[in-house]
Ligand binder design. Structure first.
Ligand code: SF4
Ligand code: SF4
Ligand code: SF4
Length: 205
């Protein structure tokens, strides 16, 4: 299984900041969206826990400034997530569509993508700093999209007989999921941290 590394997070900084001078860097967003779309068909939110550059930025960068407060329940509500998803998708589609009338469409699309990356990075940084490292990942439109495409795929399995209720798994879960009652949770990002932490090998994929 691939694992998020600290190095992936640098890509977020490079695209968000470097893209202000080199808009072509924004096309990295298309690569990201294409990859997560394909992986979500087979493994749900696996991309979030193993390959996302922003996930790496949060896990290895923002963790150092995070207050590590419990995320407010409202963040995981679909009443918040769906409007955020719709707003960002409509905004991105509209802004890209108006570039078609210009002569430098390719560069302008890059600028739109860079600005989306920068804005969501700022929001992710603020949420991660004030609440918990991966707060943004609860409302992120790309996470919500993966949930809907393949949320029931590649589920965490639990052997209840060997579980001693020590709750170590829940302490390390970046999505603050109730791992012991995980069932078929489509927001599990398949990071495997709970599996590694469990002293009784009660968890597996
Ligand atoms: S929820 Fe969004 S930002 Fe977080 S890891 Fe998934 S795709 Fe990346
Ligand atoms: S339940 Fe386990 S694999 Fe899923 S997000 Fe939490 S720690 Fe990662
Ligand atoms: S870490 Fe393992 S033994 Fe402990 S509560 Fe979680 S599943 Fe059960």
């Amino acid at each position: 299984m691939l694992k998020i590394t600290p190095y992936l997070g640098f890509l977020v900084v490079i695209v968000s900041i470097g893209g202000l001078w080199y808009p072509i860097l924004g096309y990295f967003m298309f690569l990201t969206i294409g990859t997560l779309f394909i992986t979500s068909i087979f493994r749900g939110r696996w991309f979030c826990g193993n390959l996302c550059a922003r996930g790496s930025y949060l896990d290895y960068g923002i963790i150092n400034i995070s207050k590590k407060r419990k995320n407010p329940m409202i963040l995981s509500s679909m009443w918040v997530r769906l409007p955020v998803f719709t707003l960002l998708m409509v905004l991105m589609t509209y802004r890209i569509s108006v570039t078609f009338a210009a002569h430098n469409t390719f560069e302008l699309i890059g600028t739109v993508l860079v600005s989306m990356c920068l804005v969501t990075t700022i929001i992710g940084t603020m949420l991660g700093g004030y609440f918990n490292t991966r707060s943004w990942c609860i409302v992120c439109p790309m996470g919500t999209m993966q949930r809907f495409i393949g949320g029931n795929r590649y589920q965490l399995q639990m052997v209840h007989e060997s579980c001693t209720d020590c709750k170590l798994c829940e302490k390390v879960c970046p999505m603050e999921l109730e791992v012991r009652d995980i069932g078929n949770n489509p927001d599990c990002i398949k990071c495997g941290r709970c599996v590694e932490k469990c002293p009784n090998d009660s968890l597996s994929f």
